[in-house]
Design a protein around this ligand. Structure first.
Ligand code: NDP
Ligand code: HSE
Length: 463
């Protein structure tokens, strides 16, 4: 695949240069930056790839739309199908499921390789796409799909392929990290910070995919599949966003020397006894707001930055940090895939075979144990604490710490406060407990007549 261009320069012998036709699907935030780099850095890219990368067109919805990046108008087309049919390498940056999936499958069936940043499509339909790539001896690369500019796919897929990864913890959504970080810094409520993030362009007009954790869940599915050599799709990921995190939660976290981050967590869990051969591995993948000690490396990830923390048997702990989104940073990751794919095609080497996968079970609630922080508003009366503590004990959930803040009837002596309707806030941190035991504990605590409300239930990591 790929044509040859013959050039004569001065008295030098003619040099043959391979040419690869590159089709770009999408000319938006990322696509426009990819096109800019392909055109501006053409000579350097040709030297690194061992082939000249010729951009044959940019498929968009509207060829006449005003564009932020100045590119030759004749490159724009609405005929993505035709563009794909003549390409050696297709870069998909349209986003969404269709028509992106149809165009990627068509490219792979033609034997063309594909580079994409489309996490939503990979998390939903990755298996079919990887099968099509293998069947057609083509590559499907997707470094930009998780954490933008940060090299994390290739390190997990290649650099750590001789190790056993046991856990991946990631801040993989910049919008939610920006919001939680601003809440932590200013003490403001979620809704006010979201409005400010939208005004500054960090959050989209419809922020649902980010604030409900869906974007992070798609990335978690991709990371878990690669890390544990199995297939995890979006519906396997338990997902909770940040919309219920309050300024009080943040303040209580600060009091306890912690911060709140939206974490994507993928864990390889071994149950049973390896000595008697009953040990079995399974996978837990989840996204939720998480309390982290301020000294944890992920607590130092501020603003819209991303970071991924990987734990492996032999490598130990590794952290990857950088810009998780944005046109130019994401285009950098796309171009890394483009150059390495082009180098492979130019060398005439076969497409990289997909790594063998095993079908690890996705584990349910009881398989995972986590520490929890639970906030309660209670009547400030004698005996309340022991009644609440008894519920924890009934469900076998062990309390690690408890803090009480009295916030009602100021000025009264403690002994008189309860009769004056005083309130207290209790914050418990538990030892690791199963989610099922914790849910049952919280349900029973809610039913106690001395409990006004359960103000928050947050998982704790890194203690
Ligand atoms: P944009 O919405 O900015 O751009 C999408 C582009 O695709 C536009 O040029 C649009 O055309 C074109 N397009 C969409 N649908 C069609 C269609 N049916 N036919 C033809 N063209 C179409 O998206 P981004 O650049 O932000 O994102 C692209 C991909 O990269 C997504 O998968 C995203 O998840 C991923 N990504 C993005 C990051 C970011 O920071 N933005 C970070 C990491 C990954 P038109 O311009 O005419 O509307
Ligand atoms: N919306 C994502 C984020 C960027 O806020 O990180 C693309 O994945």
């Amino acid at each position: 695949m790929g044509e040859t261009m013959t050039e004569t320069s001065g008295l030098e012998a003619p040099s043959a240069e391979k040419v690869l036709k590159v089709a770009l699907l999408g000319g938006g935030t990322v696509g426009s930056q990819v096109a800019r780099i392909l055109l501006e850095d053409a000579d350097a890219l040709a030297a690194r790839a061992g082939a000249r990368l010729v951009l044959t067109g940019i498929a968009v919805r509207n060829v006449d739309a005003p564009r932020d990046v100045e590119l030759p108008r004749e490159l724009y087309t609405t005929d993505a199908e035709k563009l794909v049919s003549g390409a050696d390498l297709v870069i998909e940056l349209m986003g969404g499921i269709e028509p992106a999936r149809t165009h990627i499958l068509a490219a792979l069936k033609n034997g063309a390789s594909v580079v994409t940043g489309n996490k939503a499509l990979l998390a939903q339909d990755g298996a079919a796409l990887f099968d099509a790539a293998s069947a057609n001896n083509a590559d499907l690369n997707f470094e930009a799909a998780v954490a933008g500019a940060i090299p994390i796919i290739r390190p997990i897929r290649e650099s750590l392929s001789g190790d056993r990864i046991t856990r991946v913890l990631g801040i993989v959504n910049g919008t939610t990290n920006f919001i939680l970080d601003a809440m932590d810094t200013t003490g403001a409520q979620f809704a006010d910070v979201l409005a400010e993030a939208q005004r500054l362009g960090y959050a989209e007009a419809d922020p649902t995919a980010d604030v409900e954790g869906l974007d992070a869940a798609a990335k978690a599915a991709i990371l878990a599949s690669l890390a544990f050599h199995t297939r995890v799709s979006l519906e396997d990921v338990r997902c909770e966003g940040i919309t219920k995190v309050t300024a009080d939660d943040i303040a209580a976290a600060q009091d306890a020397g912690m911060t709140i981050k939206l974490l994507a967590i993928a864990e390889l869990i071994t149950a049973g006894d390896s000595a008697d051969g009953t040990a079995a591995e399974g996978v837990s993948v989840r996204v939720h707001p998480t309390l982290l000690p301020r000294k944890h490396p992920l607590a130092a990830v501020h603003g819209a930055f991303n970071a991924v923390f990987v734990e492996a048997d032999n490598a130990g702990s590794l952290m990857f940090y950088g810009a998780g989104a944005g046109g130019a940073p994401t285009a950098s990751a796309i171009m890394g895939d483009v150059v390495s794919t082009a180098r492979r095609i130019a060398a005439g080497a076969p497409g990289a075979p997909g790594a063998a996968t095993r079908a690890l079970p996705i584990l349910g609630l009881d398989a995972v144990t986590t520490s929890y922080s639970i906030g309660l508003e209670v009547a400030d009366q004698p005996g309340v604490l022991s009644r609440v503590a008894a519920v924890f004990a009934e469900h076998g959930v062990s309390i690690e710490t408890m803090r009480q803040t009295v916030d009602g009837a100021p000025g009264l002596a403690a002994a008189d406060r309860w009769s004056a309707g005083g309130r207290a806030e209790l914050r418990f941190v538990t030892h690791p407990a199963s989610e099922a035991a914790l849910a049952a504990t919280v349900a029973d605590i809610k039913n106690l007549d001395v409990v006004e409300s359960v103000t928050s239930v947050l998982r704790v990591e890194g203690v």
